[in-house]
Design a protein around this ligand. Structure first.
Ligand SMILES: NC(=O)c1ccc[n+]([C@@H]2O[C@H](COP(=O)([O-])OP(=O)(O)OC[C@H]3O[C@@H](n4cnc5c(N)ncnc54)[C@H](O)[C@@H]3O)[C@@H](O)[C@H]2O)c1
Length: 419
């Protein structure tokens, strides 16, 4: 008889309750069984269990969960700077781990995770769902085919709109201590895509970044939207009561831990940049120009790979106010030849179908991974190191090498031979 993987979910916020909670219970139940949940906030965990339609033991003490339940797999969906502790403890208790991105937020925390993985022989997967989007997979195939020759440079620009972008400034992400800044929290996806597309590691990073729109740059401020005296004049007013799941997971539970889901995007104390520009030099010689803007009328990205024989270009849009394109157009241009337009339909589900494909790869046995989309601790580490280097460079005004961020003590050898 086929045995199911017994998994525990730690972190029952929105991501845990949906992507790794209710969805797995409803659609991956043939392969996995949720046996327990853990959150520091028991009320949020109760609300989350109700949303998932399960009645499993709820823990506020993760050590106790590991001791009593002995899960095969732990899925970590907590605040970014708490991932390392939970990953290490889970592996030490004999479980494999899936961690939400970013894997963690500092070089020291990366080392703890890599060391635990090596020591325990357990495996960590990092949820880089963008690699699994059909358009990303098609671009990877084109690059692998050599159709534009060796890639020499990449233009990569990511845009977050006034809804999604602002959301990071409403929550704990707005403080570098929690999220490593959006260079780590958000750009970990983008740096990982680059590392995977280029099949190389970043070497040196140079960045400029500033807070130009949110935080202390705002015209006025309150504490949170629900009680704000400026709600009728603020473009960023967010009415959580219109979002039943958010209201349920965050409103009453905020009385337990003080975590409100609609904190003011203009809080004085916000300390992360909202406008980021970066140049990255890769080990294989490729140079990348990358930017991240967080208050745009568009949501999506532009990317172009420039090679000796041609160029691959994509403008991918999501949630546009004026149109919802059902497909992406990849434009393949040969330097001395034709232009080919390749249409890749969007798939249903989050991240253009990437979320479902990622979960299939991690949870269904026996799928092959021709494009090496499955990302482990090494990939998690490299993308975070790139983000840390970018933040450091933007603060100091000088280029920062990945080796420097990592520290000279044992080189980068902890990263050798890992997926
Ligand atoms: N891959 C993606 O596209 C994607 C999308 C959204 C979120 N995420 C990631 O998912 C994670 C969770 O995001 P969210 O928006 O649900 O966050 P959230 O803060 O709303 O929820 C996190 C939950 O973890 C709990 N928690 C914090 N520290 C804990 C600890 N030490 N032990 C137990 N519980 C703890 C909190 O009480 C909270 O309920 C983040 O790392 C985020 O980056 C990834």
């Amino acid at each position: 008889m086929k045995t199911k993987t017994r998994f525990a979910l730690v972190g029952t916020g929105h991501r845990g309750s949906t992507m790794w909670g209710r969805d797995l219970v409803e659609r991956w139940g043939e392969h996995v069984e949720l046996i327990a949940v853990c959150d520091l906030n028991a009320l949020r965990a109760e609300r989350s269990s109700a949303h998932m339609g399960v009645s499993v033991p709820i823990y506020t003490d993760f050590d106790e969960l590991l001791r009593v339940e002995r899960p095969d797999l732990v899925i970590v969906c907590t605040r970014d700077n708490t991932h390392d502790d939970l990953i290490v403890k889970a592996m030490e208790a004999g479980a494999n781990v899936i961690s939400e991105k970013p894997m963690t937020t500092t070089a020291e925390k990366i080392k703890r995770i890599l060391d635990a993985e090596k020591r325990t022989g357990k495996r960590l997967d990092v949820s880089f769902n963008y690699r699994f989007a059909p358009t990303a997979a098609k671009i990877k195939e084109l690059l692998n085919s050599g159709v534009i020759g060796d890639v020499t440079s990449v233009d990569f620009h990511w845009y977050l709109n006034t809804s999604h972008g602002a959301d990071y400034f409403r929550r704990w992400h707005a403080f570098a201590e929690n999220s490593g800044s959006l260079f780590v929290h958000k750009a970990t996806h983008h740096f990982d895509l680059l590392n995977w597309y280029l099949d190389s590691d970043p070497q040196t990073v140079s960045a400029f970044a500033d807070l130009k729109h949110y935080g202390r740059k705002g015209p006025f401020r309150g504490t949170r939207c629900r009680t704000c005296p400026h709600k009728h004049q603020c473009d960023y007013f967010f009415d959580i009561s219109k979002e039943p799941l958010l209201e349920s997971l965050y409103e009453a539970p905020s009385e337990v831990d003080g975590y409100v889901r609609d904190a003011c995007v203009f809080r004085e104390e916000i300390d992360i940049p909202d406008t980021m520009v970066t140049a990255i030099h890769y080990k294989n010689g490729v140079d990348v120009s990358y930017s991240l803007n967080t208050y745009m009328p568009i949501e999506g990205h532009h990317i172009a790979f420039n090679g000796h024989k041609g160029r691959i270009e994509l403008r991918q849009y999501e949630k546009q106010p004026w149109t919802e394109p059902p497909a992406d157009e990849i434009v393949l241009m040969k330097n001395f030849g034709d232009v080919e337009r390749i249409w890749v339909p969007h798939s249903s589900g989050g991240h253009y179908g990437g979320d479902d494909r990622l979960r299939n790869m991690l949870l269904k046995p026996g799928l092959n991974d021709e494009l090496r989309q499955r990302a482990g601790a090494r990939a998690g580490a490299m993308s975070v190191l790139c983000g840390i280097a970018a933040l450091q460079s933007s603060r100091t005004g000088v280029p920062v090498s990945i080796a420097e961020v990592w520290g000279d003590d044992n080189g980068l050898n902890l990263l050798d031979g890992r997926p």
